[in-house]
Design a protein around this ligand. Structure first.
Ligand code: ACO
Length: 460
């Protein structure tokens, strides 16, 4: 599965394309808020030219300002100089939901929503799903390049040998109500890791950052599986270090009485691909939460718990549950035309369709689809929801109402169906998202900690 040498070429080529790294101009550009007359001269030393500025006239005062534009953005603080008089605090920008505010510079993930492109560190998601595995991708996200053979072997060894959790964690998880939501249990137990590793509070210590990274990626499946087993009243299963990351997770979820659990390689591979697809997706709600909490410099377990909390919400991590409920409600392929009419009349939405960023087929949905048959073959089940989903997709993509609004299946349209096929109950779906997203959260946290422009997030 290891493929580092091949990929390193791609990564290096992509650096220039995506503007990865810190362009020289970015380092020396912080002469803020210069008025128009001054700015006109400021063109020879690498700072903005006139064409790279935004002219703003304040009609209250008649004053004009020249705001610097870099990489398609202006700095909100540049507007503070715009005042009606000396006592005025200065102009602010207002952006609830941060829909049009860049929160950071990041070179981890790239999305082109119009073209339906998703890349991790410059490598297309399709290539990663075909040639790589989740742990290699996690390394790529965190360290910015694919591992060479030694790096890969060491990484896998370290993650594999940190999968066990302290027995006290197991004991306190046993204290949850018998029907506790597994996502709530995951949230609490990730936060609790902080108390087991107090030395991790030193986020400036490189070694502490490294070992916390390994622990988080290694222990997340263990906590997730314990939460699942708890909800069923089944004994918790300890990790099996002979198995792959995905194989061990299946072992901790599903082992019953067999001496040695042997995962079906088709299910193991499908789960690994799902993990790759969910590993990162740039500045979404939970990732922004990780960065926001992280800006106060708590230990990384606490920051990642912030991400789990964001993902817990139905508007973010819970959409695939809504898809399954919708498909169950439609009930049969015969009912699809009536359902679509209802949608077109504005009475409801197709869950798992449409995306704020993708205005084309979500590349992740395509990849998931290609693994569904294999999973069904391995489990020997037929999933009637899949037929309904396919009929719904076919008819919607033939219908001008949906095509004219650029509504295509997103990742959640098929992920719920494949989780069902893997025998994962619906209240575990968000947990199944949180496990692989941990590598993305950690990568984003690490990038933020090392960002020379990092400061405490404190909005107005
Ligand atoms: N079904 C039917 N019509 C839709 C859908 C949908 N799923 N999504 C958008 N539309 C229509 C809207 O009614 C609107 O039509 P109009 O112009 O006639 O009023 C038009 O498309 C634009 O809709 P917006 O809500 O403005 O689009 P936006 O980009 O803000 O919405 C969103 C994105 C929230 C994801 C939306 O498509 C949606 O609700 N989808 C269903 C829920 C879902 O699948 N969420 C998961 C997203 S992926 C993720 O978070 C991991």
């Amino acid at each position: 599965m290891f493929s580092g040498q091949l990929y390193n070429v791609v990564v290096i080529e992509s650096l220039g394309k995506e503007g990865v790294g810190w362009p020289a101009v970015w380092g020396k550009r912080r002469e803020r808020g210069v008025r128009m007359t001054d700015r006109a001269q400021a063109t020879e030393d690498g700072r903005a030219t006139k064409a790279e500025t935004l002219a703003v006239t304040d009609n209250r005062t008649g004053e004009s300002y020249d705001i610097e534009i870099t990489e398609g953005t202006v700095r909100a603080m540049d507007f503070r100089q715009i005042k009606v008089d000396e006592d005025d605090f200065g102009l602010m920008t207002y952006d609830p939901g941060l829909s049009n505010t860049a929160h950071c510079r990041s070179s981890i993930c790239y999305i082109d929503g119009e073209q339906g492109i998703l890349e991790y560190r410059g490598i297309p998601i399709e290539q990663l799903c075909e040639r790589s595995n989740y742990l290699e991708v996690a390394y790529l996200l965190i360290y910015g390049h694919l591992p060479n053979e030694d790096e890969y072997n060491n990484w896998v060894y370290q993650v594999t040998h940190h999968t066990f959790v302290h027995e006290n964690i197991k004991n306190f998880m046993e204290g949850f109500r018998h029907d506790a939501d597994p996502m709530g249990m995951l949230l609490a137990s990730v936060g609790a890791l902080s108390t087991f590793y107090p030395e991790s509070k030193d986020v400036n210590d490189e070694w502490q950052r490294w070992v916390s990274t390994v622990r988080l990626i290694a222990k997340m499946p263990t906590l997730a599986a314990f939460a699942y087993r708890h909800s069923l009243g089944l004994p918790y299963i300890y990790p099996d270090n002979d198995l792959s990351y995905a194989g061990n997770f299946l072992n901790m979820l599903f082992k019953i009485a067999e001496t040695k659990y042997e995962p079906d390689p088709r299910l193991e591979r499908a789960l690994d691909v799902l993990f790759i697809l969910h590993a990162d997706h740039e500045q979404n709600c939970s990732t922004a939460a990780v960065r926001t909490v992280g800006s106060a410099l708590p230990d990384p377990y606490t920051s990642i718990a912030g991400g789990v909390a964001g993902l817990y919400g139905p508007l973010h991590g819970g959409a695939n549950i809504a898809v399954v409920r919708m498909l169950e409600r439609i009930g049969s392929t015969d009912n699809v035309p009536d359902f679509l009419e209802d949608v077109k009349e504005g009475n409801e939405r197709i869950m798992g369709f449409g995306h704020r960023v993708y205005k084309n087929y979500d590349p992740r949905a395509k990849i998931i689809q290609s693994h569904i048959e294999e999973v069904l073959e391995a489990t020997g089940k037929q999933n009637p929801l899949l037929d309904i989903a396919r009929e719904l997709e076919k008819r919607a993509l033939d219908d001008e109402y949906f095509t004219s609004r650029a509504l295509y299946p997103n990742v959640d349209f098929y992920s719920g169906v494949i989780y069902e096929a893997l025998n994962i109950p619906t209240d575990m779906f968000t947990v199944m998202f949180a496990v692989p997203r941990t590598s993305g959260w950690v990568a984003q946290w690490m990038e933020w900690i090392n960002d020379e422009e990092r400061k405490l997030v404190r909005p107005r």
